[in-house]
Design a protein around this ligand. Structure first.
Ligand SMILES: C[S@@+](CC[C@H](N)C(=O)[O-])C[C@H]1O[C@@H](n2cnc3c(N)ncnc32)[C@H](O)[C@@H]1O
Length: 236
């Protein structure tokens, strides 16, 4: 009894604090060093995002949009909704949008991507740039993305999602205890995150010169067509 109450309490505490440290980090020191890490990746990120087949007026979702690096890789005639839990990262993204002059096509909002406030089947594309390693519950966040993308829509994942070997894996699992709360997890695997979701991998490319990051283009399955026999019309 005591054990199960402790378990429920831990689960509750874990959920209650899940975003607090991340919000503190992404609202204070991370925005300062983040550009240094991201600038060298720009051409690789763009190549990965270019695997999507964009059409004018496509609606594009960017969960964990951060300071807007993914937006700068998109064509200017798509309509973007970016969401994030960090005011500071979103503030930087908004400033970039105002400077680039395409703010009217881009909406940026504070929102927990594990609970997206959009109806099902809303978006033509979703761009998940370095987000699934960062969000607290990647399976839940990915399921939310799949829900709001239209059947046949494209989902681009640009991230570090690999199993590591036994020795580095052990070291990384120690680091992960702290890192998963305040920055990003270093032990997540692509297969675990997308497992059970109605998506297929269409293309895959390297996302940096060292093979640390990869780009995956996925397509959400079309809705299953309901087959109706001629006599079923009598039962309407
Ligand atoms: C590593 S940054 C990536 C930002 C951007 N996509 C890029 O590639 O540069 C991860 C972002 O995810 C945001 N984030 C983490 N958990 C989130 C959540 N539950 N909902 C929305 N955003 C989240 C963080 O605030 C941060 O801005």
């Amino acid at each position: 009894m005591v054990n199960s109450s402790m378990f429920v309490l831990c689960l509750y505490m874990d959920n209650a604090i899940k975003n607090i440290f991340k919000q503190v980090s992404f609202n204070t020191f991370i925005p300062f060093f983040y550009p240094m890490m991201m600038m060298p990746l720009r051409s690789w990120r763009k190549k990965a995002i270019n695997m999507c087949s964009f059409k004018p007026d496509d609606r594009v979702l960017i969960p964990g949009v951060g300071s807007g690096y993914d937006i700068t890789c998109l064509p200017s005639d798509v309509v973007v909704d970016g969401v994030d839990i960090s005011e500071v990262m979103l503030g930087i993204a908004r400033a970039k949008q105002n400077i680039n002059g395409n703010a009217q096509n881009v909406r940026l909002n504070i929102m927990d991507a594990e609970r997206l406030e959009f109806p099902a089947d809303t978006f033509d594309k979703a761009i998940l740039g370095l987000f699934l390693t960062c969000v607290y519950d990647p399976q839940k966040a990915f399921a939310e993305v799949v829900r709001v993308v239209k059947p046949g829509g494209e989902i681009l994942i640009y991230d570090h999602l690999f199993r590591t070997n036994k020795w580095t894996g052990q070291l990384m699992s120690y680091m992960d205890v702290v890192m998963k709360y305040n920055f990003c997890s270093v032990i997540r695997a692509f297969d675990d995150v997308v497992k059970g979701q109605p998506v297929v991998v269409v293309k895959e490319i390297s996302g940096d010169p060292f093979g640390f990051i990869r780009g995956f283009l996925l397509r959400k399955a079309d809705s299953p067509k309901v087959k109706r026999s001629w006599w079923s019309f009598f039962h309407l």
